[in-house]
Design a protein. Structure first.
Length: 166
């Protein structure tokens, strides 16, 4: 898989309209998008992909999937199904309503790239920095990427159980 960096625009108008109609008060995934905006860009992950080969699914979107996946305790298969079938996740990721999503194995491959490139902590740090920058977290709070609960949950979802943290 190679990375062909592209800029993901905002939420498509039809996706936003239908998601707002279905979730008038919003949902976790919609609040993540509304409060934190676009956290990542494909260029942030350029070092993890070769320049040649079959185009990869957008890594900025795969990184976004990881946030509600962890929050909701979903497996890769369940998260991929949510991308295909849930309006609020399509809203989060800025996808058209008819977007078919991706196979669940893409998430495992993406995380393997993060591990190999030692970029997993950077991904979590970016989310926390964005949340803190918008006043959603306070200094001295419990949101730390090195906390036992975060590492445990990430390892459980990612299958990192046997790996030591660098």
């Amino acid at each position: 898989m190679s990375l062909h960096a592209r800029k993901i625009g905002g939420v498509p108008e039809e996706t936003a309209r239908v998601a707002r109609a279905a979730f008038p008060k919003g949902s976790l995934a919609m609040r993540i998008r509304d409060e934190l905006g676009e956290l990542f860009s494909d260029a942030d992950f350029a070092g993890l992909y070769p320049s040649r080969g079959k185009p990869a699914w957008s890594p900025d979107r795969l990184a976004l999937v990881s946030v509600p996946q962890l929050a909701e305790g979903l497996s890769d298969r369940q998260a991929a199904d949510a991308v295909r079938g849930r309006l609020d996740w399509k809203y989060l990721m800025g996808l058209e309503l008819a977007d078919p999503g991706f196979d669940h194995s893409v998430l495992t491959e993406f995380r393997n790239r993060l591990i190999a490139g030692d970029a997993g902590a950077e991904l979590l740090d970016r989310v926390l920095e964005a949340a803190a920058g918008r006043g959603l977290l306070r200094a001295g709070g419990r949101a730390r990427t090195d906390s036992t609960i975060v590492l445990s949950a990430a390892r459980q979802i990612n299958g990192w159980c046997g790996l030591a943290r660098p």
